[in-house]
Design a binder for this molecule. Structure first.
Ligand code: 1PR
Length: 580
């Protein structure tokens, strides 16, 4: 595994890239051309030129790819004009966000035409995610929107009716064809995907396809022709394997590139996520804490906030230990204004410079008016998190209010933080974090919320329970159940659910299987099981008995009781696919 050095001295401020105003865009699609004849030249990239041209059209987390390029030791030159594209020696286009918004920006700025010319001339190109999809004729995301039309095919949505959760989020295996060049050394390892739309292989585009991946159907995970490459997965978030793919593209003549160790990837892996609950202590220092049923204060005379370590160091360690994702939850974000919480943004910046797996950040994502009467939308708050290095944001309290309103009126206003952020950044970038508390019932008809027959009877022999949602870090119970909330937020645009359970949090007695089964069967987006992990068997239990896509733990990792690698070895022994 790639070993990054995690020292504060190397952290430098990342200069902001030019952000294009997405809200001022008009739909103006380029004229459609049929899939173009493509002439292959074998122009080599000069290995000693350290500048990589990056096309950042202004949405989503391009910070990750910037960090990966810098980590490899190269500099970044941003595209400001179409000429910058035409003059590039090698160009990376990390397309993130929504297809229509991306094409609007590219068309309005003359970038689409420049890109087509650059690619037709077989100049070195690496498209990532939407950067692959835009090469096709059109995409069905946001209606039918034309792409560059260089490759035959229409980009369509995954079908969740065949049992696959959409978005496709997580680490999956590739079937690599001969001569894919940048994937030649991938060594049967998993790579990280996060997308709802995909292109499929056909007779017409088979010349381009360099690898496929299976998720319900075979879809195109990469293309290559001459010097033109594009990948549907995120190499910048695929750990050491991803860095080695980027190195092969950026430094093709470099002989000292390390080949990743051989793996056994076969299909989508169950994810193991390390979570860091972050807050300031009474002295104002930001630290990782961990509660017992959400109480993070020590039971001592001073009642101080429990201190389990430094956020950047711990996140870096969990990356090295094999965490598939790292989550930061700013647990006092509900009462503080996160944009005023500069240390939290700095933590995200520093962490993302050395951690090349997905980072999620949550806490305080909502509209806010500061003391001077300045209004900040939740979209601005989320944008700042994305710019600081987050790949996904997680919404807690504000999603509960949005779901309550939606269930009351039946109207999607489009104004909730959840709807706004998923519209601009794509629903795959929006997690909803649920903090339910178990409420026992003697009969399932006692409340109007969905209840379950519990595996372990309640304190007075109750056979049923419903799961009441809470806000403000568990401090206030709301008139909505976890089941109702999960279904509502899926409709409002959530891409994933982080399912905590206050009763199990920090107890080490296992996940709440009844709750996780209830929610993971109710929605077709991925569900992350959280709260209560104490042994490796708890992980295999949650994956065997529920449809959870990932399991998250905090305490056992912070207290070093069970290393991440040991959890994964156990899961592998139990026949559960994991990324090793
Ligand atoms: O409401 O949008 O500001 O978001 C606040 C976020 O902070 C929510 O995601 C909420 O879950 C989280 N949060 C608020 N207060 C606490 C607290 O602990 N006092 N932490 C809190 C939630 C729960 C898990 C924990 C697992 C695994 N932490 O994330 O990490 O339960 O723990 P375990 O393995 O030790 O059992 P908003």
């Amino acid at each position: 595994m790639e070993v990054p050095t995690l020292s504060y001295s190397q952290f430098t401020t990342v200069s902001g890239s030019r952000q294009l105003p997405l809200n001022k865009l008009s739909r103006n699609n380029i004229s459609f051309t049929s899939p173009t004849k493509f002439s292959v030249r074998t122009s080599a990239v000069s290995g000693d030129d350290s500048a990589v041209t990056l096309l950042d059209y202004g949405a989503g987390n391009v910070q990750s790819i910037r960090n990966a390029i810098r980590y490899i030791g190269l500099n970044i030159k941003d595209v400001h004009t179409p000429e910058d594209i035409l003059n590039a020696k090698r160009l990376i286009f990390p397309g993130v966000g929504a297809f229509a918004a991306m094409m609007d920006v590219l068309n309005n700025n003359g970038m689409a035409e420049a890109l087509r010319t650059y690619i037709e001339k077989d100049r070195p190109f690496l498209g990532i995610c939407l950067g692959l999809q835009l090469l096709f004729e059109s995409s069905e995301e946001n209606g039918s929107v034309k792409g560059l039309g260089l490759i035959s095919g229409v980009v369509g949505r995954f079908d969740s009716s065949n049992g696959c959760r959409v978005p496709h989020i997580g680490w999956n295996a590739l079937q690599v064809k001969d001569n894919s060049v940048i994937l030649d050394d991938i060594a049967n390892r998993h790579v990280y995907f996060v997308h709802s739309y995909r292109a499929v292989p056909s007779e017409e585009n088979k010349e381009w396809v360099s690898s496929t991946c299976n998720y319900g159907i075979d879809f195109i995970s990469s293309i290559r022709r001459g010097n033109v490459h594009a990948v549907q997965f995120h190499p910048e978030k695929s750990g050491d394997v991803g860095l080695s793919i980027l190195r092969k593209f950026l430094l093709p003549n470099s002989s000292n590139a390390k080949k990743p160790l051989e793996g056994k990837a076969k299909k989508l892996a169950k994810r193991v996520i390390a979570c860091l609950d972050v807050r300031t202590n009474d002295n104002g220092d930001l630290l990782v804490t961990k509660g017992d049923q959400y109480d993070v204060r020590e039971q001592t005379k001073d009642n101080e906030v429990r201190n389990l370590g430094k956020p950047v160091e711990l996140a870096g360690q969990y990356y090295l230990d094999g965490a598939d994702e790292v989550s930061f939850l700013n647990i006092t974000g509900f009462r503080d204004f996160p944009l005023g919480d500069l240390p939290m943004l700095q933590i995200l910046k520093y962490t993302s410079e050395n951690v090349f797996v997905p980072l999620t950040v949550g806490g305080g994502i909502r509209d806010f008016t500061d003391g001077n009467g300045r209004y900040y939308s939740s979209l601005e708050v989320a944008s700042e998190y994305f710019r600081s290095g987050a790949d996904k944001i997680s919404i807690g309290s504000d999603a509960v209010y949005a779901a309550e309103e939606y269930l009351k009126t039946g109207i999607k206003t489009g104004k909730s933080s959840l709807e706004q952020i998923s519209r601009v950044y794509g629903n795959q970038a929006v997690v909803v974090s649920i903090d339910p508390r178990r409420q026992y019932l003697t009969s399932p008809f006692e409340v109007g919320f969905k209840s379950v027959k519990v595996t372990n009877l309640g304190p007075n022999g109750e056979e049923y329970a419903w799961y009441q949602c809470t806000v403000n870090g568990g401090r206030e119970g709301r008139p909505i159940g976890a089941y109702e909330l999960a279904k509502a937020v899926e409709e409002l645009g959530a891409g994933e659910i982080l399912l905590n359970c206050i009763d199990c949090d920090g107890q080490g007695k296992g996940f709440d299987i009844d709750l996780i089964k209830l929610i993971s069967d109710a929605v077709s987006i991925p569900v992350i099981a959280s709260s209560g992990a104490g042994t490796v068997e708890h992980f295999s239990e949650v994956f065997s008995e529920t449809n959870a896509s990932a399991a998250l733990a905090a305490g056992i990792f912070h207290r070093k009781e069970v290393p991440i690698q040991v959890v994964k070895e156990h899961l592998m022994k139990e026949g559960i696919e994991v990324r090793m």
